[in-house]
Ligand binder design. Structure first.
Ligand code: NAD
Ligand code: UDP
Ligand code: UDP
Length: 313
């Protein structure tokens, strides 16, 4: 695409900062909007001072008046630990943030991409999950602030599209990992790697037979870029890696790759923890010509190298 004005909410977060890198390198005029709730200035530090990059400290619950051609709406804590620590704030960010950014996109005539999630499928009763599945979400459990917030955001996106003609794209992102996850993020990959590097017990919730499918961040960002630049079908599109693994296998892989002698410590499974998760990515393959290319073991090696640097700083 030609150089454009691109707004990224949650631009100082894990995924947002990688998107900022990609868009700044491509020569776009990038506005990173963040309230630094779970994000950090460290993730975008290297971009500060570039003429085509600026940071705006702002909370997306509040209206924002800037001009943009494209909006990536990434703002929202993604780790269960963080989104459950202040659930009311999570709903406000997901819902009011979507309304404000859709209002902005409507006024500017901008295309807007929503970072939705596999959590809209909840504890899925269909496997693998296809975009046509409506999901199985507990509306009042501890994960609901995030799951229902993101479901409502999808509703708002489609209603602004149908009612106001807003040009929308919806990505349903599955578990993604890589450098720049916070060491204290609370999600499984960062927890296991940090525990292994420190020789602390690996905290395995439940019996570890639950599954997830982990996508490396570079693959994910490529999928989001393709979706944003895609003409036609707004989505939703599953963007994730269909390679499924049990959490116990993940623990064993992290132990092997770090050479750690940490032991596995069993902890209770949190309520409503989905049993099985794997994306069907046929739709993204067909419309976006996208599929992930980084094997889990290779991506984990990169991530471990990153966390080693963080530990030694
Ligand atoms: P993250 O927590 O690292 O980043 C979220 C960013 O949003 C942070 O920089 C945070 O400070 C910012 N933010 C939070 N609330 C805000 C608010 N009210 N106003 C402004 N900024 C705010 O998470 P991430 O992994 O980078 O996830 C980014 C997006 O992708 C989220 O919307 C998340 O729901 C979605 N997603 C991520 C994954 C994943 O595995 N990483 C999976 C599914 C969906
Ligand atoms: N909004 C915003 N930036 C804009 C335009 C709108 O933050 O550039 C907010 C505005 O405050 C409003 C929301 O987006 O509350 C929804 O906008 P919309 O135009 O749909 O609603 P209305 O202004 O008619 O309530
Ligand atoms: N998990 C675990 N130990 C941890 C953190 C998470 O066993 O220290 C499990 C968690 O119960 C879930 C899976 O790993 O089954 C993925 O958890 P995460 O919080 O990364 O993301 P989710 O996909 O549940 O949103």
């Amino acid at each position: 695409m030609n150089a454009q004005s691109v707004l990224i909410t949650g631009g100082a977060g894990f995924l947002g900062s990688h998107l900022c890198d990609r868009l700044v390198a491509a020569g776009h005029d990038v506005m990173c909007v963040d309230n630094f709730h779970t994000g950090s200035k460290q993730t975008i530090h290297h971009l500060i001072g570039k003429v085509n990059f600026e940071v705006i400290r702002h909370d997306v619950w509040l209206p924002l008046y800037v001009e943009a051609d494209r909006v990536f709406n990434m703002a929202c804590p993604a780790s269960p630990v963080h989104y459950q620590s202040d659930p009311v704030s999570t709903v406000k960010t997901a819902v009011l943030g979507a309304i404000n950014m859709l209002g902005l996109a409507k006024r500017c005539g901008a295309r807007i991409l929503q970072a939705s999630t596999s959590e809209v499928y909840g504890d899925a009763q269909q496997h693998p999950q296809r975009e046509t599945y409506w999901g199985n979400v507990n509306p009042n459990g501890p994960r609901a602030c995030y799951d229902e917030g993101k479901r409502c955001a999808e509703t708002l996106f489609f209603d602004y599209h149908r009612q106001h003609g807003v040009d929308i794209r919806i990505a349903r992102i599955f578990n993604t990992y890589g450098p720049r996850m916070r060491p204290d993020d609370g999600r499984v990959v960062s927890n296991f790697i940090m525990q292994a590097l420190h020789g602390e017990p690996i905290t395995l919730y439940g019996d570890g037979s639950q599954t997830r499918s982990f996508c490396y961040v570079d693959d994910l960002v490529e999928g989001l870029m393709r979706l944003m630049n895609h003409e036609g079908e707004p989505g939703p599109f599953n963007i994730g890696n269909p390679g499924e693994i049990t959490i116990r296998e993940l623990a064993e892989m992290v132990l092997r790759l770090t050479g750690s002698r940490s032991r596995i410590q069993y902890r209770p499974l949190p309520p409503d923890d989905p049993v099985q998760r794997r994306p069907d990515i046929a739709k993204a393959r067909e419309h976006l010509d996208w599929q992930p290319g980084v094997a889990l073991e290779d991506g984990l090696k990169e991530t471990i190298a990153y966390f080693k640097k963080v530990v030694n700083q």
